[in-house]
Design a protein around this ligand. Sequence first.
Ligand code: GLA
Length: 384
Amino acid sequence: MLSVKPIMGWNSWNTFAAQINEKLIMEMADAIVEKGYLDAGYEYIIIDDCWARKRRVNGKLDPNPEKFPHGMKYLADYVHSKGLKFGIYSCAGSITCAGYPGSYGYEYDDAKMFASWGVDYLKYDFCNFSEGGDKRNAYLTMAMALRNCGRDIVFAACNWGVGEPAEWMRSHGAHTYRSTGDIRDSLKSFTDIFRSQYTNIEGNAPGCYNDLDMLIVGMRNKGHVGAGGCTDEEYLMHFAMWAFLGSPLIIGADIRKIDSECAKILLNKTLIALNQDDECRPAFPLRCTEKYYTMAKILDKGKIAMAIFNINEDNDWVQNISVVFNDLGVPSNKGLKLRLTDAVTGEDIGIYEDGIWVKVPPTHFKIYVAEIITEDTNQESENQ
Ligand code: GLA
């Protein structure tokens, strides 16, 4: 099965848009390995829109020879030689969002071509799709074409949430599906996506995940989707949200230039572990208001994670926010206690009963991984 866990990788769009070429993609493949991102799980190097020749040649899709002089097989071979996987982009309409040829009517031809190049992932966009056309069938057709092209290719649908994809993309063969418009490099953009999707992830499970769009961590307002940039705390919260909600984690920044603070965020082992947990369960909401959101997520080995996101921007609004353990299926009248670990620092913060009340300033969050203390372990810690 493909996409057993949320896909991790890098995509060219957020930073480079049309400014892509062979050398850049190779440098990104080098950097993702050398800087430890592959070891952390980021495996896919994905070329977004603007790689193709403006017109099809002999009915075939062709890379722009000025940008990709040795062709796509050469580049895919290079990416594979680094232990990485190779992704590319097309569109369900006849023309892509940036004006390059799309796959409408050519789904089976293009899928075969992608397979012959060694493509492992296809992002499939939705621009210029004929009004009144059957969008579900368009995605199904490419899903079937990919399944019959002779190679395992992840099908990353991207229709920006048109027609409630959470209700049909999994059954129509997508391995990931974008559910919102494009992210921008700002607090407002990623919190808007969070608000619109935190209740829309129940279908996340091996084989298909809701894709909240590429990460903006590390962009620092440079590149195509710059919109003011974010503070370190905001980037950390954005990454924690995407990890907690089980979104694919696709870096959008220039990997060669990500600063150390943002590299620390993207390489945070405990947050990545939440995203890649073996149970592959979606998170669910506990208590949510317009200002803050508390959520939980069952983890492997009987653990459960709880998250408190304060996305209110009013600086005076530092709140004591609680998570009641009864809401996690851990009733205190049974004498059950939880040992909590901070999911950002990995620090053991101790044993709690009934619930936890924490001060969370605006645009900050807390995530704890909780483990039930059995009588034996309880005894042990009391004796210490
Ligand atoms: C759409 C998608 C983006 C990107 C561009 C490329 O806007 O949502 O992620 O792929 O097209 O043109």
